[in-house]
Design a protein around this ligand. Structure first.
Ligand SMILES: Nc1ncnc2c1ncn2[C@@H]1O[C@H](COP(=O)(O)OP(=O)(O)OP(=O)(O)O)[C@@H](O)[C@H]1O
Length: 216
C-alpha cells in the first residue's frame, strides 16, 4: 500500500459574495498517494483554484478535513516569466528558501543549488545567470528546482505547461515524470488541457460545479 500525501474528506468551501456566503466546493473527497500524479481538470470557474487555495491553507472558510501527511506542497506556476524575481540571479533565487530555513552555511547552500540545477538538467553555470537570460522551458525547470529545494515531496502545479510551446511542454513532462519516478514526487496537476493531463497523470479528477468525480 502506498503512503498517503494528502487526504481531503468531505470538503465544502465558501466565498463571501457581498453578504451572501456562496458555496464553491461541494463535498470533495480524494486521496493523493506518494509518487502519484493526479490531474485536476474542469472548466473555468469550476473551482480548481479554490480547491488549491484550501489545500495551501489560503482559504479558511471551509468545512471538512484536509490532512497533509508530508510537508506542505510547493507551487509551480503557469508563467515562468513572471514567477522568478528578474532582479536576482538563479543561484540567489534557488538559495532563498534555504536562507529562510537557516540550516545551511553559504557553501552548503551553493552546493545544494547546483545539485538542484543538475537534477532538472540545467548547467551549473546557470547559477550566476538572470531569469531574462533563460528560455521559458529553462525558467520552468528553475521553478521546479525551486519547488523541490527544501526537500518537499508534494508539488501543486497550476497549469505549468500552458505558457510553453509544444516541444518544450514535452520536455517538461518528461522531467516531471522523471522526478516522480526518481524522487517519488507527487503532483496535483491543474490543467485545462485534457491531452496533457492524459499524457502525464495516473488519475484525473474532474471538477464541475464544485463537485469532483474521478474520470480515469
Ligand atoms: N475571492 C472570491 N470571492 C468570491 N467569489 C470567488 C472568488 N474567487 C473565485 N470566486 C468564484 O468561485 C468560483 C470558482 O472560482 P475558481 O477561481 O476556483 O475557478 P477555476 O476553476 O480555478 O477557474 P479558472 O480555470 O478560470 O482559473 C467562480 O464562480 C468564481 O467566480
Amino acid at each position: 500500500m502506498q503512503d498517503k500525501v494528502l487526504e481531503l474528506s468531505n470538503v465544502n468551501a465558501y466565498y463571501k459574495d457581498g453578504k451572501v456566503r456562496k458555496q464553491i466546493l461541494n463535498d470533495i473527497s480524494f486521496t493523493l498517494y506518494e509518487g502519484e500524479i493526479v490531474g485536476l481538470v474542469g472548466e473555468s470557474g469550476s473551482g480548481k483554484t479554490t480547491l488549491c487555495k484550501c489545500i495551501l491553507g489560503l482559504l479558511k472558510d471551509y468545512e471538512g478535513n484536509i490532512m497533509h501527511y508530508t510537508n506542505r506542497p510547493q507551487m509551480v506556476f503557469q508563467d515562468p516569466f513572471s514567477s522568478l524575481n528578474p532582479r536576482k540571479t538563479i543561484g540567489w533565487i534557488l538559495e532563498e528558501p534555504l536562507k529562510i530555513q537557516g540550516k545551511r552555511s553559504k557553501e552548503e547552500r551553493r552546493k545544494k543549488a547546483e545539485e538542484m540545477l543538475e537534477l532538472v538538467h540545467l548547467p551549473k553555470e546557470f547559477y550566476s545567470r538572470y531569469p531574462r537570460e533563460l528560455s521559458g522551458g529553462q525558467r520552468q525547470r528553475v521553478s521546479i528546482a525551486l519547488a523541490l529545494i527544501t526537500g518537499t515531496k508534494f508539488v501543486l502545479a497550476d497549469e505549468p505547461l500552458s505558457a510553453l510551446d509544444v516541444t518544450v511542454q514535452a520536455q517538461i513532462i518528461q522531467l516531471l515524470k522523471e522526478l516522480q519516478e526518481k524522487e517519488r514526487i507527487s503532483y496535483l496537476f491543474v490543467s485545462h488541457d485534457l491531452d496533457v493531463v492524459d499524457m502525464i497523470c495516473d488519475r484525473v479528477l474532474y471538477l464541475k460545479d464544485g463537485v469532483v468525480r474521478e474520470i480515469c
